[in-house]
Design a protein around this ligand. Structure first.
Ligand code: SAM
Length: 254
């Protein structure tokens, strides 16, 4: 609270000590673009941590690397149920290969991988359109459990890909980076998710995936945070999506 003053024109600026520190920072940022980029990134991570605290009233378990978060998510897979994996954003297949290693010899796994394999359709977060291009082809992962869907996810994802495996536990891996296709995929599959299903957002720290979480996922269902990294987030469904009740059928003569 501002101190009472008799000054007829009280100064509303922050305290002199804060202004002095900010002036030092401003000079340093003007001198170094690299330092500025690093400071902006640190600020984004801070914002992500604050968002997690606000969302779950605590910061979920923090992992130093996404591979460790994946291992923690894999511990929540039910060995008594078959598994359906939908991977959105495959690129060169790094996450696919890592997860297949985690799943080991499990044969009861159906894996659908969706990617255009020509990279991002638009510029995103410092990457140009076309970033993560894999030459238009799927990675050379020769595993009978894996089916590739090559093209824009808006054209290749069918509701039956998820509803057709009602008895399976679902693991959904989101790494399309940008808002539009991520929101599209969520709108197709979100209503089918059941308690115990798992979701991974590779870039929850960034505005695009965060928007999907804030506008679509979190208002529609209750999720437990399995853990996070400085970028990513792992979730487990607690209560399924509250889907609006279907319109009553109009009967003849009504
Ligand atoms: C960051 S890369 C995925 C990296 C991968 N998950 C990994 O960890 O190695 C993002 C991918 O999303 C794909 N992508 C973005 N928008 C898409 C869309 N509308 N349809 C299909 N793929 C898309 C790009 O082609 C790109 O390969």
């Amino acid at each position: 609270m501002a101190k009472p003053t008799n000054d007829p024109f009280p100064d509303t600026a922050p305290p002199a000590s804060t202004l002095a520190l900010q002036a030092v920072a401003a000079r340093a940022f003007r001198a170094s673009a690299l330092l500025t980029t690093k400071a902006v990134n640190v600020g984004r991570v801070a914002d992500y941590v604050v968002w997690q605290q606000r969302t779950w009233n605590r910061v979920p378990k923090l992992f130093s690397r996404r591979e460790k978060l994946w291992a923690a998510m894999a511990e929540r897979l039910d060995p008594k149920r078959p598994l359906l994996v939908l991977e959105f954003g495959v690129a060169h297949g790094y996450a696919t290969a890592q997860w297949l290693q985690l799943l080991g010899a499990r044969r009861d796994v159906v894996w659908h991988g969706y990617d255009r394999f020509t990279g991002l359709p638009r510029a995103w977060d410092g990457h140009e359109a076309g970033a993560f291009d894999n030459g238009g082809v799927a990675p050379a992962i020769d595993d009978p459990r894996v089916q590739w869907h090559v093209g824009d996810v808006e054209d290749t994802l069918r509701p039956a890909d998820v509803t057709g495996h009602a008895d399976h536990q679902r693991l959904i891996l989101f790494d399309l980076d940008i808002y539009e296709p991520t929101a599209f995929a969520w709108n197709v599959l979100g209503p089918a998710l059941q308690p115990g299903d798992l979701m991974y957002f590779d870039e929850a720290m960034d505005a695009d995936e965060r928007r999907v979480l804030d506008e679509l996922v979190l208002p529609q269902m209750t999720v437990e945070a399995v853990g996070s990294t400085s970028l990513a987030l792992g979730l487990q469904v607690v209560t399924p999506a509250r889907v609006p009740a279907a319109e009553p059928a109009v009967t003849a003569g009504a």
